[in-house]
Design a protein around this ligand. Structure first.
Ligand code: AP5
Length: 228
């Protein structure tokens, strides 16, 4: 299954993509993570991208398309992938269609995570990540069980993203509304766009995602949901 998780910064794309990867073995392809890895390695591409990312603007399409094309061609993507943060412009969406058609592959679904702007700012400003294993946390919504210690690997160092501040967030939201939101009608016209309420708790969003993807296990609840 090949899917896209779409949504503004802080909507929960990365959080949900990691859960889908763990549970279903799909590969998470995050262009933001790829760019940050390139910055960490001090590569020319990363250093050029950093200036743009720090301003909350979008990195040029040709650079991003080349980066994703080389990643999607790797064997681990054959069992299916989740695109997180790509595409972000209509040009990128068209390039993805061509890339997949050349490989006789297709997109199965695009899922939009819908979250109000006020909550997005709160989500990104409280986000932090384990420096050793990359596990994601949040000061309020998903803190470590023992303060200062990663639940997953026991590491004690954490990082916060340079672009996770109120001012850059304004620019990131502006870029989402003007350049990324126009790809919603692009996918709607292809009949593969679904949406999920991203304001729910993390497990609830995951359950809703499983339902729209048609993989939800029966939860045995009697809440009236489609997985009864
Ligand atoms: P990127 O890294 O893709 O950032 P983004 O799209 O702004 O998205 P985020 O990673 O901020 O949010 P998310 O939706 O993954 O939320 P998360 O799950 O972490 O891009 C960064 C930059 O790189 C861009 O600005 C651009 O410059 C460049 N770039 C990247 N791709 C590009 C492209 N294709 N083209 C051009 N430029 C590109 O959740 C956020 C927090 O909320 C976490 O702490 C989490 O614990 C918490 N949380 C999540 N879900 C919930 C929930 N349901 N309830 C409570 N808390 C929750």
């Amino acid at each position: 299954m090949n899917i896209i998780l779409l949504g503004p910064p802080g909507a929960g794309k990365g959080t949900q993509a990691r859960h889908l990867e763990e549970k279903y073995g799909l590969v998470q392809l995050s262009t933001g993570d790829m760019l940050r890895a390139s910055i960490k390695r001090a590569e020319p591409l990363g250093l050029e991208a950093k200036k743009i990312m720090d301003k909350g603007e979008l990195v040029p399409d040709d650079l991003i398309v080349r980066m994703i094309e080389s990643r999607i061609g790797r064997p681990d993507c054959e069992k299916g992938f989740i695109l997180d943060g790509f595409p972000r412009t209509v040009i990128q969406a068209e390039a993805l269609d061509k890339m997949l058609a050349d490989k006789n592959q297709k997109l199965d679904m695009v899922v939009e995570l819908k979250v109000n702007e006020d909550l997005l700012v709160e989500r990104v400003s409280g986000r932090f990540t384990c420096s050793r294993c990359g596990e994601g946390y949040h000061d309020k919504f998903c803190a470590t069980q023992v303060p200062g210690i990663c639940d997953k690997c026991g590491g004690g160092e954490f990082t916060r993203r340079a672009d996770d501040n109120a001012e850059t967030m304004k620019a990131r939201l502006g870029a989402y509304n003007s350049q990324t939101a126009p790809i919603l009608p692009y996918y709607e016209s292809k009949g593969i766009l679904k949406s999920v309420d991203g304001m729910l708790s993390m497990p609830e969003v995951f359950h809703e995602l499983e339902k729209v993807l048609g993989v939800a296990p029966s939860c045995g609840c009697s809440c009236g949901c489609s997985c009864e």
